[in-house]
Design a protein around this ligand. Structure first.
Ligand code: NAP
Length: 329
């Protein structure tokens, strides 16, 4: 074989399920991740919810921190449209946690038997359910502090640069499994600061515990993160929530102990003082929140162990009332 006969490497095709803020951000990052020999980024197909979403697609995604808009081909997952015959080998799931199982079910007939599922969701519930359903070897979890929001459909603002961690819910190991390294090589590691975490389960648990302490309280007090430290009522509930969660975690199989949760939460609230939590953003937009995958999930696990969690229950009930009002409005 001469040099000119050498095959040009074909970049891996990614299917992205859910074209919201994260789906569009990742589509842009994957597209701009160049494979030097091929002079192109990874081809990306967006799997949209229905025909209405497809017809609103302007033909490209715009990402605010890139000089040019990108042309990303979109297909629909709408079953009656007959446009979704692709076999999916690599699926990035970028739906909200509560939509994820139904969204994956809608494309399950297209999944190759060994397809990879890469999950971006908040919480831990869908990660655990999908790892059970498809096997831990095929399911990969991301935990990211990258921030993004949609200016309008398919126009994403990359609001905050952060870190992204990639791993599997297999038992923690000192050595990185080869499939994890292979997947990292296919992802926009440089663009989104992606690194491997051989104990992603612990990382997801810690983030879940912190979100359970913060997110619902910002809704109940309708405030930015930092204000939770200054409003006396909020601060009192925050302390009670942190204590209760710290006591629950050691009783839950697979969860790490977090005796220092209160200090960690204070740190997060201080460095994100001006942020509006994702749960409060959802309420303000009249959208369903991920609360069933945060405090709701924790309360269910506690109930399974017959452990009382009155502070989390009270916060959850208040959230449900506020959420149903927001959805009606
Ligand atoms: N945004 C961030 O900064 C950020 C940061 C860290 C983690 N995350 C996590 O990433 C996940 C996605 O967040 P996001 O902010 O990108 O949410 P988002 O903007 O609401 O996007 C979710 C998208 O999924 C679509 N969708 C829902 N069901 C679908 C289905 N069956 N088929 C196809 N598409 C479907 C939604 O369509 P509709 O609009 O029609 O409902 C929406 O476009 C969440 O779990 C979030 O917690 C987000």
């Amino acid at each position: 074989m001469t040099l000119t006969d050498k095959p040009i490497p074909t970049p891996t095709r990614w299917h992205i399920l859910g074209a919201g803020a994260m789906g569009c951000l990742w589509a842009c990052a994957m597209h701009s991740r160049s494979v030097p020999e091929a002079h192109t980024g990874a081809p990306v197909t967006l799997l949209l919810r229905n025909r209405a979403a497809l017809s609103s697609y302007p033909g490209h995604i715009t990402c605010s921190d890139l000089p040019q808009s990108l042309n990303v081909p979109a297909r629909t997952v709408c079953h009656d449209s007959g446009t979704t015959t692709d076999v999916i080998n690599n699926l990035l799931v970028a739906t909200k946690a509560q939509d994820t199982m139904a969204a994956i079910a809608s494309v399950s007939s297209q999944l190759a038997p060994d397809s990879r599922l890469v999950l971006l969701q908040n919480g831990l519930k869908v990660q655990q359910e999908l790892s059970r359903l498809y096997g831990t070897a095929r399911v990969f979890c991301l935990s990211t502090s990258q921030g993004a929001w949609l200016r309008e459909p398919f126009n994403v603002v990359h609001a905050g640069d952060g870190d992204t961690w990639l791993g599997q819910l297999a038992p923690a190991s000192a050595e990185t499994p080869a499939p994890l390294q292979r997947l990292l090589d296919m992802l926009p590691a440089q663009q989104l600061n992606i690194r491997i975490d051989n104990n992603i389960g612990d990382r997801l648990w810690r983030k879940l515990a912190i979100n359970c302490a913060i997110n619902a309280l910002t809704v109940i007090h309708d405030c930015r993160n930092g204000e939770l430290l200054h409003l006396p009522d909020a601060r009192q509930t925050l302390t009670a929530l942190c204590n209760e969660i710290s006591q629950l975690l050691p009783e839950i199989a697979g969860a790490p102990a977090m005796p220092d949760l209160s200090a960690q939460v204070q740190h997060v609230l201080t460095v994100t003082a001006d942020n509006v939590s994702s749960t409060l953003q959802d309420i303000r937009r009249g959208r369903a929140t991920e609360i069933d995958h945060l405090n709701g999930y924790l309360c269910n696990l506690a109930a399974q162990q017959h452990l009382p969690c009155p502070v989390n229950q009270s916060v959850l009930q208040q959230m449900r009332v506020i959420e149903s009002q927001a959805l009606r409005a």
